[in-house]
Design a binder for this molecule. Structure first.
Ligand SMILES: NC(=O)C1=CN([C@@H]2O[C@H](COP(=O)(O)OP(=O)(O)OC[C@H]3O[C@@H](n4cnc5c(N)ncnc54)[C@H](OP(=O)(O)O)[C@@H]3O)[C@@H](O)[C@H]2O)C=CC1
Ligand SMILES: CC(C)(CO)C(=O)C(=O)O
Length: 309
């Protein structure tokens, strides 16, 4: 797809979904957000989304609807729920998965592409990562401070041809997007980053800047080494200096940000621990790679999860 798509459906109108929706709508795209929270949808439909970023406060008009009420055709469906909701969320928009519609996930963790692939054909699925921080300040109010980027590509090489058009769409709306020919590596690097910082922030209750101490750095580095060994065993060559530079960037520039996993913990919601640390541990066990620190962080986060009745 050489031309940038314009009709966008964002599934999951939380912090990241609202950030993407506001930026795209402010740039002139037709954006509809979908969520399971009827009250949030009603607020967005009535008031639009308010975005506070380093350039000021912006109000974006965005359509909002329940999944079943969204009619196609759409150019792109962007999945932005938490990982444990991916399967249900993508099934809810299965009626849009026809014709030329693409699906993109910028979610953290592993397993989201597999959920999308139950609905979209392999040549329509894009994946990627973002280091934009986003915090919900109200049902339709999001803030994002500090620099951020998006890296994306085809989840399967047959989808690579569509990556440029979507990257152009995101990039021209201030979302600093590029096509990454090594997007699988980027996704794994982000998983390592989140396994270190998000889990540690959730356990300690500290925002990113609170992890910038000898102990925080020692634990984060151990998780990085373990995830690198796991990735290597699965044929994914993580770039160590680049990953460490991303962690340093977050420690320096996202100091006040509460990682999304900590936001979930503070709100009493389940976290993405299974698709981040849990997924690394499962893949490490398959390959016989020891990951004691990552496993311990996973167990500590699990101990704080809301009880399943
Ligand atoms: N926030 C951040 O700074 C960043 C987040 N990410 C990643 O982006 C993804 C989204 O995170 P974030 O925006 O923080 O998450 P949020 O929890 O803020 O938003 C997710 C939204 O999806 C909704 N949802 C749940 N199930 C469904 C469903 N079946 N259909 C439609 N909507 C549903 C949730 O509703 P309810 O609350 O009722 O469950 C919620 O409104 C995650 O993978 C996260 O790790 C990546 C980079 C930065
Ligand atoms: C914003 C960022 C990159 C840092 O923690 C993130 O991925 C998250 O909050 O989940």
């Amino acid at each position: 797809m050489a031309e940038a798509p314009r009709k966008i459906v964002i599934v999951g109108a939380g912090a990241m979904g609202c950030l993407l929706a506001a930026r795209l709508a402010l740039g002139g795209a037709q954006v509809t957000v979908v969520d399971v929270d009827a009250a949030r949808l009603a607020t967005i439909a009535r008031e639009g989304i308010t975005l506070c970023d380093d350039t000021g406060t912006h109000h974006a008009r965005v359509a909002a609807a329940r999944a079943a009420d969204v009619s196609g055709p759409a150019d792109v469906v962007i999945l932005m729920t938490k990982g444990m909701h991916s399967a249900a969320a993508i099934q809810s928009v299965a009626h849009l998965a026809n014709g030329q519609c693409l699906a993109l996930t910028l979610q953290n963790g592993l397993g989201n592409v597999e959920a999308i692939a139950t609905v979209f054909a392999p040549d329509r699925i894009l994946w990627g990562v973002t280091d934009f921080p986003a915090d919900l300040d109200g049902p339709a109010q999001v803030s994002s401070h500090g620099a951020g980027h998006i890296w994306l590509g085809g989840a399967d090489p047959v989808a690579d041809v569509h990556a440029l058009g979507v990257a152009i769409l995101l990039d021209r709306n201030g979302l600093n997007a590029v096509v990454d020919p090594q997007v699988r590596v980027a996704v794994w690097e982000k998983v390592a980053f989140n396994a270190a910082l998000n889990a540690l922030a959730t356990i300690t209750g500290k925002p990113v800047g609170g992890l910038d101490c000898t102990e925080g750095r020692r634990i984060a580095l151990a998780v990085v080494e373990e995830t690198m060994a796991t990735a290597q065993a699965h044929g994914v060559p993580i770039d160590r200096p680049r990953l460490l530079a991303k962690i340093e960037h977050a420690l320096a520039h996202h100091r006040g940000h509460k990682p999304s996993m900590l936001q979930d913990r503070l709100a009493g919601r389940a976290t993405e621990i299974e698709s981040i640390n849990g997924a690394i541990v499962a893949l490490a066990d398959q390959a016989g790679v020891p990951v004691p620190v990552t496993r311990t962080l996973a167990d500590l986060v699990r101990m704080g999860e809301p009880r399943r009745e």
